[in-house]
Design a protein. Structure first.
Lengths: 369, 278, 278, 369
């Protein structure tokens, strides 16, 4: 299987439209057989990057390499990449089988070869029963699977997915996420996926590239990005986070001591450059890593406040707690055997450990530019 | 919204009746005259089988109609394709250019073609000036002139339904075809052309039917030598005062048109022809 | 898609030039004759100020055009309203009924009106039979007949842009108006009417411009007594062989139409007029 | 405030379209000042009920009462209810101020009164700066607030909301949920909301009515519905759930003893009729109430299995565990300090307490009909 998987590399890819820079010097490489997701808000350049890989957009600068050889000048039909378009782009005048056979037909395969491969591809996505239907007679999820079969039937070097799940409703999306993950494992090919849905990126990918304003902000495994975001944008875009600003009082290998108003915070600072004493540092603290402290209970960091508002979500509560020194802090609390019954104005004490938060760069100014 | 809907419809009933009478009555009247003048019976219709003149007129009308339709579809498809692929701003201008002639009286346009195509016209003098021809070509007062004038009139009507059909094509389908390995040409032939076919058929029906009933352009550019159905009807009624024969051919035309529409309405959405999607 | 786009455009250039020449040249030719025949200069245009006959023709054309436009808009709006509110299935039938006359040669329709409206026609005989009138009314070969025939021709052209405009109105807006306390009538006047106004304006411009250039209907239903611009031009050119005067009025009409369009294109989207939304 | 709030009652409301029954004998009452949400999948009749309350749909049977008096025959414009339509339905040819003043204008208020009330309503939704803009110049969230102001400006007896947040993206939706909740508290009026989004229903409402195929399945406070669903449909529609079928071996006031294959389950059965021994019972067990047991750890219920698949969601893992007796069990596990690193095929032991699951009726057959 690995033999069929290819490695992709982007070298300082830039694409300008007039004075607008859609993609700004993005370099990254995708190992053989990996599942890479390009994640970012709309306008972050993620789709332009995918279209550059596919050959529909010519980069202004930089190049695209497949297994080390430059494919930048090749037109899309010569790249041999499978692609699943947003909204699937199935040919409405062809049956499911004709859709799947299309890439084989334009490659001039014999009828027998075409039929065999089409049947195998439809089997792969469990749609063999629907071969003679028109795409319009299929549900959204089935159409999506036809698009996958069509993109995989000609053994493409790479599978490109442009928001493949965005047209589906919530329940179906979760289901097809699992299927897509299983399919990736089964065919063992390199997948490049584009999405703006953080849950999809986290649960599907081996590698996630976070983009904003055309720039690559951080690339890494899902857990790395969630637990050690490099910047405020990454922490905010991938899940919810609280941001705490403090003055660095001490900076040692064992950690930082931060001052925010009258509250002193202890913070581990694993690896990387540590901020100098006297500067301000920004911490990202996930709501689910904060606990409500019972009377007398202690934690490495603790702060008092009162509940400003709360929402019931079934499996949990989301509290917004107003604190004197740290502003509003969001806390996620499991609802099952919750230590308190949330009510507005209720006084609570929050606690978290020294390794719960992470220091992040503040790229909010760049973001607004 | 549902309450009082009966009262609502009663209010509309007079309007409905009026429109029916207003629209249907004139047509029925024509049909009636064709079986009552000069005497009751289908005598006028028997002439269809016996009268060489009527048969020649019908033949000429069908031939010119088919040629016009063919050329108008070809030009219309090319124009619609250019417009569909153009930038939105450019599209606006192209469309305005295509629609502009529609605003100008068909009579004025017919005379314009006469002045261009006649023996001393711009085209013949230009070609002679360039030394390409020695004697002026007979470009007008024959079928060639009629076809030129009719194509000129019909191209906008061909462009509109074809363009509407092309606009319904998701541009991602072409990208998908390319991405799956099809060249530009294959993507056009296998995806774009079949998907724009309904517009092409609609345009064909529209242009062909319009051609059958055309009067001014053939009358002026044909110079009385090539007779098409509408002019023949006018001659029968106004000049020879044979109402029976004139209305007979008119009825045949109306029936032929309704039958054609009936057949094609099963295949295509008629509203497509006016670019109006319901 | 961006690569090779220059080569692409070079391919289209001949088509573009051909279309421009094909469409613009005839019009320019007409304009030229109006200042060269019978002699070079603006002599023909001076007649606009001095010749009572031309002035009367222009007056008649404008008057009939305005009356036709007014009536066609009224009927068209009512029809479009009924169609827009009908069930989808009913809409299909209504629309077919409205568009049907478009398929039938304008010549046939003009004759149909003559047979209905003449002294021994169905209308006069019906009214006499009912004892409502003693002597036949003069319903045809005058302005009344022309207006009837022209309104009949124009109503479908009025319905299409108005209907397109009405279809763009979100039906929830009317529900919202009712829910916020507006009666059916207030909801119509405050919400539906203002939102359908662009279609009404577009239909008005379309119908008025078409009316100005109308030939067959006024020629047949006017019976030569009421002259409108197009028939006058035809008389000048074909019967009196005064090409200069005919092309002069044709040029005036073309310029007037282009100016009208130019003014309204700033206010409304011209594509609306053909029901085609870009 | 309470004086302005009204009570609404629906009495065996039925609406048929030909042979199709859109609403099937729904009775419910909304107390003064409450926030009721009608929740159900598409086609469940929730929108038809709202339109019947608004007066746009006449019920085939049953009636609508406001403060005890029958308003069924009144046309919409005489009911004096504010309504926020799906997609907002702002008048595009009027400015924001004209939109908000519209209900006052049709009621014939004087110009001065109109201006004062319009200004107050725009203040309420913090849009006073945008009074002279056209709706098309506003963002989706701002348009939604204009629609709210317009629906509230004439002091309506009731505010009806038809999927008010469905056109907004995820982040904005969460934001406007909080605003809508605060607005409800501020104006103290009765709100009736329609949605298919379970999170919105849980976090916004005092009362949620769950509908399916035109029938009212269960009505109650969000926590009641989530923790004590009456039927399988309710448990499945509100959040994720595992369903366990077992043979009742013992049925006592203290609880049930169920047999599923070789596994014996202990289950509390609070209130209500208890199933007789020998019958089968269906339990709904939420994924977040299942714990991974360490070696030697015990729980009232426990079962062994192996991880079939897993997904990383940032704040947690979702495991699908295959067990011999209970089939596939979904387990939600916090990712922060997770006891295991999930991997396919890993053997795990699951445990839950006797009060974690709830017995539910199996209405799946009725659902398929």
């Amino acid at each position: 299987m690995e033999a069929k998987a290819h490695a992709l590399e982007l070298r300082s890819l830039t694409r300008r439209y007039g004075s607008f820079v859609a993609v700004d010097g993005v370099s990254l490489s995708v190992p053989r057989g990996a599942f890479l997701t390009l994640l970012g808000p709309s306008g972050s350049g993620k789709t332009t990057i995918l279209m550059t890989i596919a050959g529909f957009v010519a980069p202004t600068e930089g190049m695209v390499l497949l297994d080390g050889s430059d494919i930048t000048p090749l037109p899309p039909e010569r790249r041999d990449f499978g692609m699943v378009f947003q909204g699937y782009a199935l040919f409405p005048h062809m049956t499911v089988a004709e859709n799947v056979a299309f890439p084989l037909r334009v490659r001039g395969l014999s009828r027998a070869d075409r039929d065999a491969k089409t049947r195998a591809a439809l089997d792969l996505v469990q749609l063999d029963r629907f071969a003679e239907r028109k795409p319009s007679q299929l549900s959204g999820g089935q159409q999506q699977r036809v698009a996958l079969a069509r993109a995989l039937v000609f053994d493409p070097a790479l599978l490109l997915l442009d928001e493949p799940l965005s047209a589906l409703d919530k329940k179906l999306r979760a289901e097809l996420q699992e299927e897509l993950k299983a399919l990736h494992r089964r065919v063992g090919r390199t997948f490049v996926n584009v999405t703006h849905d953080q849950d999809e990126a986290l649960s599907l990918s081996d590698q996630v590239a976070i983009l904003n304003h055309g720039k690559l902000i951080q690339l890494g495994a899902p857990a790395t990005l969630y637990e050690q975001p490099r910047t405020r944008f990454v922490a905010d875009f991938l899940g919810k986070s609280n941001f705490i600003r403090g003055l660095v009082r001490e900076s040692r290998p064992s950690g930082l001591l931060l001052q925010a108003g009258a509250t002193t915070l202890v913070q581990q600072a694993p690896g990387g450059p540590r901020p100098a004493p006297g500067t301000t540092a920004l911490l990202s603290l996930r709501p689910e890593k904060i606990a409500l402290l019972a009377a007398g209970e202690t934690a490495e960091n603790s702060v008092s406040g009162s509940i400003l508002s709360w929402a019931y979500l079934g499996s949990g509560f989301l509290l917004v707690v107003r604190t004197a020194d740290l502003g509003e802090i969001r806390v996620a609390l499991p609802a099952w055997r919750a230590p308190i019954a949330p009510a507005e104005g209720l006084a609570v004490r929050l606690g978290w450990s020294a390794d719960a938060a992470v220091p992040v760069e503040d790229d909010l100014v760049a973001d607004a530019a | 919204m549902q309450r009082n809907s009966l009262g609502w419809w009663l209010l509309l009933l007079p309007a409905f009746l009026l429109m029916t009478v207003f629209y249907i009555a004139p047509i029925l009247q024509v049909l009636t005259i064709s079986v009552t003048e000069p005497e009751l019976g289908f005598g006028n219709y028997e002439r269809l089988l016996t009268n060489m003149g009527v048969q020649r007129v019908i033949g000429t009308t069908l031939r010119i109609g088919l040629i016009t339709t063919g050329i108008a579809l070809l030009l219309g498809y090319a124009l619609a394709y250019v417009i569909a692929l153009a930038e939105p701003r450019a599209q606006r201008w192209w469309l305005l250019c295509v629609l502009l002639p529609l605003w100008i009286s068909v009579l004025v346009r017919a005379f314009a073609w006469v002045t261009l195509l006649r023996r001393q016209g711009l085209v013949n003098e230009g070609l002679q000036g360039l030394g390409l021809i020695d004697a002026p070509l007979p470009l007008v007062w024959n079928e060639f002139g009629i076809v030129v004038g009719m194509v000129h009139y019909m191209v906008p009507y061909a462009v509109l339904p074809i363009l509407a059909s092309m606009r319904e094509i998701d541009p991602r389908l072409l990208a998908a075809a390319r991405g799956l390995g099809a060249s530009r040409r294959t993507a056009f032939l296998r995806v774009f052309l079949p998907l724009s076919a309904p517009g092409l058929v609609a345009a064909g029906v529209l242009v062909f039917i319009f051609s059958l009933g055309f009067y001014i352009t053939p009358a002026i550019l044909g110079g009385g030598k090539t007779l098409m159905a509408a002019e023949w009807i006018k001659l029968q009624i106004l000049d020879i005062i044979r109402w029976g024969m004139g209305t007979m051919l008119a009825t045949v035309m109306v029936v032929a048109i309704l039958v054609t529409l009936g057949i094609f309405s099963r295949i295509i959405d008629l509203r497509r022809m006016f670019g109006a999607r319901a």
